[in-house]
Write a protein of this length. Sequence first.
Length: 501
Amino acid sequence: MKRRQFLTVSASSASAIFLTRCASGQSNARVERASCLLPRDALVERASCLLPQTWSSKDGLLDVSLGANYGPVSLAGQETNLLNYNGRVPGPLLEARPGDTVRIRFSNNLSQPTNLHYHGLHIPPTGTADNVFLKVPPGETWTYEFSIPKNHPAGTFWYHPHLHGLVAEQVFGGLAGLFVVRGELDEIPEIRSAKEEFLVLQDFELGSDRRIISPNHMERMTGREGSLIAVTGRVNPSLSVPAGGLLRLRLLNASPSRFYRLSLEEHPFYLIATDGGAVAEPLELQEILLTPGERADVLVRGDREPGQYRLLNLPYDRGGMMGGGMMGGGMMGGRRGRSSSQTLATLSYGDRLPAPLPLPEKLLPVEELPEPKMVRRFVFNHGMAPGMGMVFLINRQMFDHRRVDTSVELNSVEDWELTNNGVMDHPFHLHLNHFQVISRTGILPVTPKSDRSWKDTVLVKTGEVVRIRVPFRDFVGKTVYHCHILDHEDLGMMGILEIQS
Ligand code: C2O
Ligand code: CU
Ligand code: CU
């Protein structure tokens, strides 16, 4: 039904006007197509087909103006009314290097308060840095300014609003963008020579007027999902790998609740980095489960018969309000399409490289953390609150901005044991410091569990216990941890962490 609406709208005059405007403007499409055909080398600055607008730091400074707006943007090639940063969904790609200063002159042009969170960056949680307690009222501006530590790992991070109670709505409306730190990993010769694409996975639910449809009560409980899946603003974009070459895909799940279980026909993924940066060596995976907030940085080898291969989103059941899918596929709010695969993008082959490009053998060592000083337990569940209906809880409590739930000491290392006693999966996310997954009981996850890597978001499936090890480094202050199904976070599944010296 949704599909039909979508086709009808694409033939309407609204989209024609948009296309005309696009063609008479900066002619992005031509530039993109041209760059798509080029293998990436040192001279082609960013041979990405999918993210034309990149703001990189110059002489140690990234200085940008970022506005949160509501209005028409191009989504899936059609004019759509969305929340957006600088007229784009996803927002512009921000790019900096370790040691750089970042200055973001932010203006809130929305009718609601909002703010910015820098998901995965290791920067102060206070002041003008990654301060999620800050509120920028409608019509006001705020200058974020911080520096990226000199020893910050290279990686794929992102920015999105983080005002408790409005996070799911604003992210579902379109507010999200990539923040890439370039560094050591990017200098590895094989990775440098790989062609690079940025795949920002977002889902939307649009009415025939091309506006977002708000979820109903049940959809909020389950976590809102939309039936339109956009990959960096497009539906089923084409990707190309040079024959004999490497394609680097930086994947981000920027959807409020939807999980993506990814596989690429006849091509394994070679994982080179997780949320917090490089792994020690490429890890071959047939599938990647990417839960909200997570990133995966993978290489794809162009070593098959040139042809077309689909990047698929395979079925996944993340649980529902009635427990264990009792209602059957697609009946429950917000769980459309979970029993069938969807095509997210299509890979084709470009010109053959003069000599095939090998995979890198080694990446960067991943530090082994010392035994923890302290083990803490966090239980994720839901309950009923008088007058509020269902609420989402950590250790039986709803989020309260006045309460510090967990105090830790700067420079200590702790193990956190995360237990999910509820009927739905919860991707747990910690701000500020990355962690390593130490162990996991319950059903085996699709993503690797035992290979050491740095994470900031980890899936805790229903019935599972996941143990993570976290070092608290460099910065003191208050920050948060929460479920990255953003409706669950807004409905209470968040706690405050205070790091003290
Ligand atoms: Cu990506 Cu606290 O969030
Ligand atoms: Cu975050
Ligand atoms: Cu959750």
